[in-house]
Design a binder for this molecule. Structure first.
Ligand code: 5GP
Length: 202
């Protein structure tokens, strides 16, 4: 069985990552979602163990200490990290694993796993980004400003990414299909298919 692909999907708050990923997972059963641990409070509707593992700072620090995190970062005052254990297992089962993580984490994963695929998802422009953040209504104006500042820094790292997708308003399915196309092409990379060469004349 072919090994799954490790995908990092980044994008500023308000880029629609969560919605696009949910749509992608409806389209195909070949994807699994890596549930991160975080010290931030759950937003309304978020479920522990589904959207995140919501943990205390003490618990988070002990996970790092015990080397149970693949990567972690601090983002606008909270910790976020990817649990290590499910990653290899999921890829060995032939499923593609989605890490919905910010730029620093994505670039660290790219260093650790150069065959991972880094995708940046962006709203059409900065004004749309701001209005999506305000419209969500879950953050204070101060946090929105911090997230806008962070978005500018994240955009500066675009050239480190393998692919960029503009998430046009109301076209979630189009963005999700683009991820599917990227993965389908990546599966055909010669470097992922060396077994063909090795087993061809038998
Ligand atoms: P939010 O608070 O909006 O859910 O997430 C804030 C940022 O943290 C987003 O860019 C999200 O992708 C990122 N993030 C979520 N989980 C992780 C993680 O495990 N590692 C890293 N590096 N970033 C994460």
């Amino acid at each position: 069985m072919n090994r799954g692909i490790l995908l990092t999907i980044s994008g500023p708050a308000g880029s629609g990552k969560g919605t696009v990923i949910a749509e992608l997972m409806k389209m195909s059963d070949d994807f699994r979602y890596s549930v991160s641990a975080t010290t931030r409070n759950p937003r309304p509707g978020e479920v522990d163990g589904v959207n995140y593992y919501f943990v205390t700072k003490e618990k988070f620090l002990s996970l790092i200490e015990n080397e149970e995190m693949l990567e972690h970062t601090e983002y606008v005052g909270n910790y976020y990290g990817t649990p290590k254990a499910p990653v290899e297992k999921t890829l060995d089962e032939g499923k593609n694993l989605i890490l919905e993580i910010e730029t620093e984490g994505a670039l660290n994963v790219k260093k650790m796993a150069p065959d991972s695929v880094a995708i940046m998802l962006l709203p059409p422009d900065g004004e749309v980004l701001r209005s999506r953040l305000v419209g969500r209504g879950t953050e204070t104006p101060e946090v929105i400003e911090k997230r806008m500042e962070k978005a500018k820094k994240e955009l500066n790292l675009l050239d480190h990414y393998d692919y960029v997708i503009i998430n046009e308003t109301g076209k979630i399915d189009v963005a999700a299909k683009k991820i599917l196309e990227i993965v389908n092409s990546e599966k055909l990379r010669t470097s992922r298919n060396m077994d063909i060469k090795n087993n061809y004349f038998k």
